[in-house]
Every structure is written in C-alpha cells, then in structure tokens.
Design a protein around this ligand. Structure first.
Ligand SMILES: Cc1cc2nc3c(=O)[nH]c(=O)nc-3n(C[C@H](O)[C@H](O)[C@H](O)COP(=O)(O)O)c2cc1C
Ligand code: SF4
Length: 710
C-alpha cells in the first residue's frame, strides 16, 4: 500500500476579497453537457456539482456558460446565463454546493468564434476581425461514426459558419451581457464570478494578435487589444460592488498559432486586468484547434505542470492571487505554494477521476485517491457533443441517480477470476458492499494484460496500483499464482463467480506467422515480462539468459522498473513491423519508438486506434508521424518472410523491411471459462473484455454495474 502524505499548505484556507476558501483546491471549469436542453440547471447538473462540493474542494468553478444563451454557446447542453429564467436552477446549484461548505463561482462566457450552437442554428458568429482559414488535420483521425457528429457543423444550409465582425455597438452590447450575467450570478448566490478571457472565446479573440487585427481602439497595441477585457471588468465591478470577487481566466500562451498570444503579452494584459479590478488570475493557455496535437498542449496540457512557468511569471508581476492549473501533481502543487509561485491549485481531470480528492487530502488519506489515467475520454465526449464521463469513475454524471455503492442485502461468497482493471474493480465494489470476496489471478502480479498497457502508457499503471492497493485495505482474499479451473472453483462452492479473464488473442493466419522473429501480442507481453518460455525460446541464447536473470532478480515484475530499464535494453530489435494499428498496436508503436526503434505499423482497416478517445488518438498519431513512424492503413497483409512483410494497398504490392514482427491483431471476446462454469451449474457472470473487447473504461464501468447489482 502506498503511504499517505500530508500537505499542510494545500489544506490551508485563503481569502479573496472577503471570500474565504477552506483549502487551496479549486475545481477547474469543465463543460459537462449536463444542463437541460433549455439551458437551465436541472437535477443532473445540480447533483453533479453537489457531489464535487461534498468531495471537499474549496472553490467550485461552474463550467463555461453562455451570457447570450441561446446564442454564443459552444455545447448543446450549455448552461444559460442570459436572463432571469435561469435563476431558479442556478440558485439551487449554489444552495446545494453551499450545504457542503464549498464556495462557488460562475464562469461567465461568450464563445465568440467557437459558438458551435450558432453555427447549427445558422446564426452569425461574433468575431473582432475577419478570420484567416486554416485547414484542420483533426478530421483525418476520426472514424466515420465520429465524423457524423460534425456534420451539423456545416450549418442548416450546409455552407459552414457565417461570421459577423463586431461593431462598437456590438462591443457595448457584449459588455452589457457580461454585466447582466454578473448581476444574475450575484442574485443566485454565487460567491464570485470568473470572466473567461481565454481559450479562443470572445475576450481572448480580442486579446490575441493572431485574430484581432482591428484598426480602431480595440485592436493594434497590447493595451488596445486588452480594452474589451478592461471595460468588462470595470463594468462588472460597478455592477457587483466592492465586496464581490471577480476572477479572470486568461491564456498565458497560444500554442501553434502564428502570431498568437505570448507570455509577455499575457503579463501586460494581466496587469491591466489587475488595475481594472480583477481579484485573481487563473493562468491557462490555448492551442490551435486545427492542429490535432495542440489541444493536448493547451488547454488540456499533457506535460505535468506544463503551465507552471506561466503562473510563476504572473505571480512575480502581479500582487493579486494567482491560480495555477494544468496537470498539477500534489507534490508539485504543495511545493509551488510553499515557494510562493501561486496561491490556488485548480484541478480538472484529477477531480473528475476522484471528486473526493480534496477531502482525502484534508483527512491525510492521499493514498486513497483514485488516479486519472490521462486517457482524454472526458473531453473527447464534449468534442462529440456527448455528456461528460470518466474512464475510471463510473459514477461521474450519474450522481442524480443516487447509485451509491450500497450495502448488499445478503452477503455472498464470491470468487472473482482475473486481476485486470475489470476484475479488481468488481472485487473492490463487492467487498465494499459487504460480500466475502476472493480474487484469483494466475500470474504472480496484479494487472493482467493491462500490465502491458501500463508498460506502454505509464498513467495506466497508476490505476492498477491504486486498485491493487485499495484491495489490500479491504477484506479481499487475494490469491496470486492461482489458476481457475472448474474443479478448483467447484471445490470452493461459491455463491457467485465473476469471470474477468480478458480477451483471447489469436494471431490470424498470415503466411510466415510462425517464423522465429514473429511474435503475437501475448508472446510479446510474455517476452517483456519474461513470463513466456515459448516466446523466449525464439530469442538467441544470450538474450534468453538476460531475460531469465532479470526475471530471477524480480526486476521484470515491476512495470515502473521495466519501463525505465527498457530505455537501456529490451529483447526487441531495431527494425520492427507491427501488424495491427488498433489500440494495442499504436500504443506499442509509441512505446518502441520512444525507445529508439524504427517502426512500421500496418493496419488492415481504414482507421487507426479507434478504441482510443479522439483527443488521445490525435495526440499519439501526430507524435508517431512526427517521429517518423510509418503508419499504413488499408494494408492487406500478404506474407511475412525473413526480412520483409509483404502487403498490398489498393492492389499495389509493398514491402516493409523488418528484423522483428509483432502481430497485434485478433483480440476477441472469450467466454470459454464462464461457459464451462455455467455449464457446471455455477452461478457465473462475465465482466469486461472476455465479454466484449473494449478499453479500460468499458471494463471498469461494466464491473461496477455488475458488482453493484449483486
Ligand atoms: C472535460 C473538460 C471540459 C473543460 N471545459 C472547460 C470549460 O468549460 N471552461 C474552461 O475554462 N476550461 C475548460 N476545461 C479546461 C480545464 O478547466 C483545465 O484548465 C484543464 O483541464 C487543465 O487542467 P487539468 O490538467 O487539471 O485537467 C475543460 C477541461 C476538461 C477536461
Ligand atoms: S476520462 Fe480519463 S483523462 Fe478524463 S478524468 Fe477520467 S481518467 Fe482522467
């Protein structure tokens, strides 16, 4: 079990213009698509925010809203903030949050050039200046089904968005909309407002030199570009009075946007915002949405603490509190507070994965925090206009159904077979519900095939470690190295068996698949972890010896150690062809390329890694291409021989040279064991990949649903 750590500064209160927060945690604003279709805050969104408040966070930032609803909205189920009809729902959100001791601010926004709902309705989008068109490379990674979600972006006449360059009268209308929304927020009982001046929305369109080339007093110099922001702050201040905090979210940098906002531009605008009456600056950043990788540079930064230098710069230049955000780890957050680099720690994804994170820190239970695995499923849902969800937290968005893990009516004796994410989650939930649970795993270590996923993508390992460590805190009988057979299970007379043994992997019949340099997915896993004697026999003797020794010294049992070691040595040659460009093939390609191998991926179908969320997929594919990995789709595999893989695209013959070949195809559901058990009269249910091959989220969600129903 990992040790609990104490974070005294994260636990300390702070006051901003009379608003005292119980700790330094802020829920970063995150669009959820949980509002009702009429823009009101119904039970679903109320219960969602109440749950975050219950989780112990100091300040909740309500997601992006529209101050001109139904116009200026970027999602179908956007929170409306344009008139008094929204007051009842907003007031209820506030009251339910306050009940649990959290404060709540409203993020007031006008989506400007990103107002998707205006495109759908055929309304013109407000912009400061005509836009330059940039081709998007995002579409190339989408599957046809995902593409379907973007069709309505062509607008009712199919001609795409129409734009309206704002006149000075429009600017005054916009300022008035912010003022009315702030009045509404105060009336609803919010403790503060946050003006959204980032992420490509309307105020940031004025701040960005790449977009704003106006020639009047709202364009040109940095001061002129910040004029709209300053006017909005001043007007909102005179509306809300001196005792109401106004926070501002800004971009400290625009990534991959020629002539976009620079950190120096940001400091100038932030200082002007401070002079105009802002009480805190939330330091975010933005990336060019037309470039698939940019989104994971900003605002959803992939690099841990990627925006910290900007927060530090702002702290040195301003005297109001600074809110840091962007994949902040707890240790770095505590250290940054202690160094005086910022004052408040905003978290997005970590609080989706575990809304109780702040409460666990307050109670010195850091080891109990469920980790985010940076799979980008949450935000990809918003991309395709679906409600927010989280891969590792099945309850997210379901709070209104009140499906808490309830005690079982009758405690049963249950055996869970398999310690992948699905098996461990099932065992965890069952034990929490009071059942008597044994978990059987045939390997010596927890994780199942997810161990290879953890090897390829480090955050996956955090989930396995967390699940394993939670199981150790619960009364679960953990049996490693235990093979489940019908006889062995029968001998235990369980009331219920849960089979979570994962998918079967059978390499398709490709001529040459039995050659010595060809491995299937299972053999490759066995090779890397030193657990497959048949696969190891395919290696030269000295490599077999190295693997044997490493296994003997227990080195190959730790995924973390193996990840580190694999940068120095692993039994994989320089030139590798991976057959199969699904999730496994693409993540393996990423792992091997990062370790200096020359990789070709041959995918028989039209799409790469469709099991990965859009945003993570776009990132991986971009990085693989950038690093020279050859990615071939629609590649019909003809044969593998000693030095090449022969394949055809559109009937044309090609060869990819190789020293080793990995076949990452052929995963299928495998109900053999659950069928055998059922046949033997044992009450059995299958969970996760052995039932239907999917990603970690599928296994976790399935496991919870099943375990909650027993
Ligand atoms: C699902 C999702 C929705 C988001 N929606 C918003 C939003 O409505 N307004 C906003 O300012 N930022 C939004 N963001 C950005 C977050 O506020 C935050 O800045 C970003 O996720 C980086 O923080 P993190 O690494 O802790 O997740 C969103 C992020 C996610 C994951
Ligand atoms: S969906 Fe994935 S990235 Fe998003 S919060 Fe959950 S685990 Fe993290």
């Amino acid at each position: 079990m990992s040790a609990n750590k104490v974070y005294p500064l994260l636990k300390s209160p702070i006051t901003i213009r009379g608003m005292t927060l119980r700790n330094r945690f802020m829920l970063a604003a995150m669009g959820s698509n949980f509002a009702e279709e009429d823009g009101s805050c119904g039970e679903r969104i109320q219960a969602y925010y109440e749950n975050h408040a219950r989780g112990g966070t100091g300040l909740i930032m309500l997601e992006t809203t529209s101050i001109a609803w139904p116009a200026a909205a970027s999602m179908p189920n956007m929170v409306g903030f344009s008139n008094e009809s929204f007051l009842p729902g907003l007031t209820q959100v506030v009251e339910r949050v306050h009940k649990h001791g959290a404060k709540i601010a409203a993020q007031l926004n006008h989506s400007g050039k990103v107002s998707q709902e205006d495109i759908v309705a055929g309304r013109p989008l407000w912009i400061p200046h005509p836009l330059e068109k940039h081709p998007s490379d995002m579409m190339s990674v989408l599957t046809p089904e995902e593409m379907g979600n973007f069709i309505k972006m062509a607008g009712p006449d199919g001609k795409g968005p129409r734009y309206h360059v704002m006149t000075k009268d429009d600017i005054q209308t916009l300022v008035g909309q912010f003022v009315s929304a702030a009045r509404l927020a105060k009336k609803a009982g919010f403790d503060a407002v946050q003006l959204h001046a980032g992420h490509g929305y309307i105020i940031s369109s004025f701040l960005s030199p790449a977009v704003n080339q106006r020639e009047d007093e709202y364009g040109g110099s940095r001061e002129n570009r910040a004029r709209l922001l300053v006017e909005v702050i001043q007007a909102v201040r005179s509306e809300v009075g001196e005792d109401f905090p106004i926070l501002v979210r800004m971009d400290a940098n625009e990534y991959r946007i020629d002539g976009g906002i620079t950190p120096d531009d940001f400091i100038v605008s932030a200082k002007l915002a401070e002079q105009a009456g802002a009480d805190a600056i939330d330091v975010s950043a933005y990336g060019n949405v037309a470039k698939s990788i940019a989104f994971t540079e900003a605002p959803l930064v992939h690099e841990p603490g990627g925006f910290l230098p900007f927060a530090k710069k702002a702290k040195a230049a301003l005297s109001i509190p600074i809110i840091a955000v962007g994949r902040l780890e707890l240790d770095e957050a505590e250290q940054g507070l202690s160094a005086g680099d910022f004052d408040i720690v905003a978290m997005g994804r970590k609080l989706l994965a575990d809304p109780e994170l702040p409460g666990k820190i307050m109670a010195d239970r850091s080891a109990a925090i469920r980790p985010c695995i940076y799979c980008y499923i949450c935000v990809s849902q918003i991309f395709i206009n679906q409600p927010l969800m989280c891969a590792v937290n099945p309850r997210l968005g379901q709070e209104y159904r009140d499906d808490l893990i309830a005690s079982a009516r009758q405690s049963k004796k249950i055996i869970v077979i398999g310690s992948g994410p699905g098996g461990m989650e099932a065992a965890r939930v069952l034990a929490e519900r009071g059942h008597s649970v044994s978990l059987w795993e045939k390997d010596k270590d927890a994780g199942g095939t997810a161990r290879i996923a953890a090897l390829a993508y480090e955050p996956n390992g955090r989930l396995i470690r967390w699940l394993h460590s939670e199981l150790k805190t619960l009364p679960v009988d953990l049996q490693f190295g235990k093979l489940a057979t019908v006889e062995a299970i029968k001998a235990e007379s369980p009331d219920q068996v849960i089979v979570a043994t994962g998918a079967a992997r059978t390499a398709p019949d490709i001529p040459g698949k039995n050659l010595r340099h060809v491995f299937d997915g299972d053999q490759m896993r066995g090779l890397l972890f030193g657990t497959d004697p048949v696969a190891m026999k395919k290696l030269p003797l000295y490599k077999q010896f190295m693997l044997f020794s490493a296994r003997h010294l227990q080195i190959l049992r730790s995924v973390g150690l193996l990840r580190a070691l694999s940068h120095v040595w692993m039994p994989v040659k320089k030139k590798v062809v991976i057959i199969g460009g699904g999730l496994v093939g693409v993540e393996l390609a990423e792992f091997l390329q990062e370790r200096g191998r020359d990789i070709t991926v041959l995918e028989p179908g039209a799409n790469l890694a469709s099991e990965l969320s859009i945003v993570r997929r776009a990132r991986v594919i971009h990085l693989l291409r950038e690093h020279g990995v050859s990615l071939q789709t629609n590649a019909k595999i003809v044969e593998i021989n000693d030095s090449v893989v022969v394949y055809e695209i559109d009937g044309e013959r090609n060869e990819a040279s190789c020293q080793q070949v990995i076949i990452a195809l052929g995963a299928s559901a495998d109900t053999t064991l659950s069928d055998q058990l059922s046949k033997a009269g044992i009450n059995t249910v299958a969970v996760g990949d052995c039932k239907r091959v999917g990603y970690i989220d599928g296994a976790i969600h399935d496991a919870r649903a099943i375990a909650n129903g027993i």
